[in-house]
Design a protein around this ligand. Structure first.
Ligand code: ATP
Ligand code: MG
Length: 570
């Protein structure tokens, strides 16, 4: 490809809405353009990268026994009624009607459709396992689309679904996918961690996320400094912290004027925040009031909290009215004296405190000498705390958890029979008994993987592509393309590299050298070859590595081997 024919409009400025480096660089390097909120066109350079990522994914899915198919994007509502997700999916699902007023959604994921596909024809244990996948646009009307293609409303996903005859089989398919995902992200040249994850709206049992490490990433992950435990912050299990033993004192109500925050309370009573119990009030979709109580210095993990309350999925902050109707007083909350019908969840650590201070459900009053085991009555006790830097590892003896940030590029789920049971997808086992299929599902965000690669690999001048997913591996720049000799020499080198099977672009534009070199750095080709006056003079060929900035001059006879070695070492 010649740069004179390439549609890659580079920009000097960054659009104001681009908050993070990858979004800014994808704009500036001429990779994407926005068509509407959360919807983007991939321009030629980006599309080459997408195709390379997809190729890696295809090779690894096929190697793991996957077979590629293509399902419709539009999915009839009836299928989603069967699984119960037509109602449950909420506003994120884009719904449309056909001319007969029949309802469809633009597929946000395909568990229902694939389960319906196999339920009539995958009938015998002899046919199992089956692994089917597709690479296709998905649609989710995200609450906050942002960061360009990282969190968009239309995005490319690889989704694979596995069908097995028993749990062992499902676990084996899951394990194969774990290996395949590890291979995909390794081959893409990314630094990533597989972390235990919450299974969210997809549901099912065990799940892991593949998180590309990047300081600006939206995901927080917790990793043990001793063992291999790693989990997303939504999932990270925590050991309850035991308070040192104290003689239980009698409950007392004391006046604490104006202390509606934990900080004010601790200051007023001259006690450490660790001696206080705080409350956070939520309501679920059906308006049930959910009161969470934690040690004063701890934060609520809303995912864990929702998981601890049967039937609760999405939590919102509670209305003051609802809190008062239940007998509570905002800023002075306690489980003691709350009316029935409210769901009270106390964190395991808070439950182990002695002689603590909590609200008294009355403005300007708190209880002291609160002993939750003695005083709280029938409450749900669960780990609902958000992990913090330095928390004890839940798995090993001596480890502590460290918080890092990253981008979730893929997720794998052991689903079990959630969809097959609901939708009647059964097979006959060895004994002739009808059983629901054991399923797994496995997604990779293709566009998000590309954005994550840039987020992880860039500097102030631009993108630094990992070789395997660079739009072109090498760019040959005719330093002054108006000089016929330079242009012809550059064309010769370009043809030689092409003949050697290298993915190369020729920058033959009649632009100033500085402009072209800046574009090379911005777009981030791994290797740049400059053909300038020196080359014409003495045959010396300058090769620059984008990543290290290292410059090497080769002779005409040795440059090809030199470039091949440099590429191989990337
Ligand atoms: P998130 O928690 O970031 O919203 P998710 O867990 O809902 O993502 P999955 O259902 O696991 O997403 O989808 C599989 C993969 O699809 C994700 O790991 C991610 O790479 C990609 N993906 C999901 N939502 C988006 C989006 N809005 N834009 C781009 N890629 C997405
Ligand atoms: Mg996910």
């Amino acid at each position: 490809m010649r740069a004179t024919n390439l549609y890659a409009p580079t920009l000097r400025n960054t659009p104001a809405e681009a908050e993070i480096a990858s979004h800014q660089l994808m704009y500036r390097a001429g990779l994407i353009r926005k068509s509407a909120g959360g919807m983007y066109t991939y321009l030629p350079l980006a599309w080459r990268t997408i195709r390379k990522i997809e190729q890696i994914i295809r090779e690894e899915m096929d190697a793991a026994g996957g077979q590629e198919i293509m399902m419709p994007i539009l999915q009839p509502s009836e299928l989603w009624e069967e699984s119960g997700r037509w109602a449950a999916y909420g506003a994120e699902m884009i719904r449309v009607k056909d001319r007969h007023a029949r309802e469809f959604c633009m597929g946000p994921t395909h568990e229902e459709m694939i389960t319906a596909l196999v339920r009539d024809e995958l009938r015998s244990y002899k046919q199992l396992p089956v692994l089917l996948y597709q690479i296709q646009d998905k649609f989710r009307d995200e609450r906050r689309p942002r960061f360009g293609v990282m969190r968009s409303r239309e995005f490319i996903m690889k989704d694979l679904y596995s069908f097995d005859k028993d749990i062992e089989g499902m676990n084996e398919s899951y394990r194969k996918m774990y290996v395949a995902y590890t291979n995909v992200f390794t081959r893409c040249g990314l630094d990533f961690r597989a972390v235990e994850a919450d299974s969210g709206a997809i549901g099912g049992g065990h799940s892991e996320e593949f998180t590309v490490l990047a300081p600006e990433g939206e995901s927080r992950i917790a990793c043990c400094d001793v063992c291999s435990y790693a989990a997303s912050d939504e999932k990270a299990a925590l050991r309850p912290i035991d308070a040192s033993h104290e003689e239980e004192l009698p409950l007392e109500k004391v006046a604490t004027p104006g202390t509606h925050t934990i900080a004010l309370l601790a200051e007023y009573l001259k006690i450490p925040v660790e001696k206080t119990i705080k409350a956070v009030a939520y309501q679920s979709e059906d308006d049930t009031l959910i009161l969470a109580f934690l040690r004063g210095d701890h934060e609520v993990n809303e995912i864990k909290l929702a998981n601890a309350v049967p039937g609760a999925r999405e939590l919102r902050m509670a209305d003051e009215e609802a809190i008062r109707a239940a007998g509570g007083c905002p800023g002075f909350m306690s489980p003691i004296g709350i009316k029935e019908g409210t769901h009270i969840v106390v964190d395991e650590t808070a439950m182990r405190m002695h002689n603590a201070v909590s609200g008294a459900n009355e403005a300007d009053f708190h209880y002291t000498n609160v002993n939750p085991q003695r005083d709280f009555g029938a409450v749900t006790v669960a780990d609902i705390r958000l992990v913090e830097e330095g928390d004890e590892c839940p798995v090993c003896e001596h480890g502590h958890l460290h918080i890092g940030r990253g981008i979730e590029a893929g997720q794998i789920f052991a689903l079990g029979t959630k969809y097959s049971a609901a939708m009647g997808a059964t097979f006959l086992d060895e004994t002739g008994k009808s059983q629901p299929l054991q399923m797994g599902c496995y997604g990779i965000g293709v566009g998000r993987t590309m954005a994550a690669a840039i987020e992880q690999n860039h500097d102030e001048s631009g993108i630094i592509w990992p070789r395997a997913i660079a739009p072109y591996e090498v760019v040959v720049v005719a330093v002054n393309a108006k000089v016929e000799e330079q242009l012809r020499y550059a064309e010769e080198i370009y043809e030689e590299l092409r003949a050697a099977g290298i993915d190369v672009l020729l920058d033959d534009r009649r632009e100033r050298a500085g402009v072209k070199f800046n574009d090379c750095d911005l777009i981030g080709y791994p290797v740049r070859i400059a053909i300038g006056p020196k080359t014409i003079e003495n045959g010396s060929i300058e090769v620059k590595l984008r990543k290290s900035g290292e410059l090497v001059n080769f002779a005409r006879g040795t440059y090809l081997k030199g470039v091949q070695d440099m590429l191989a070492a990337l």
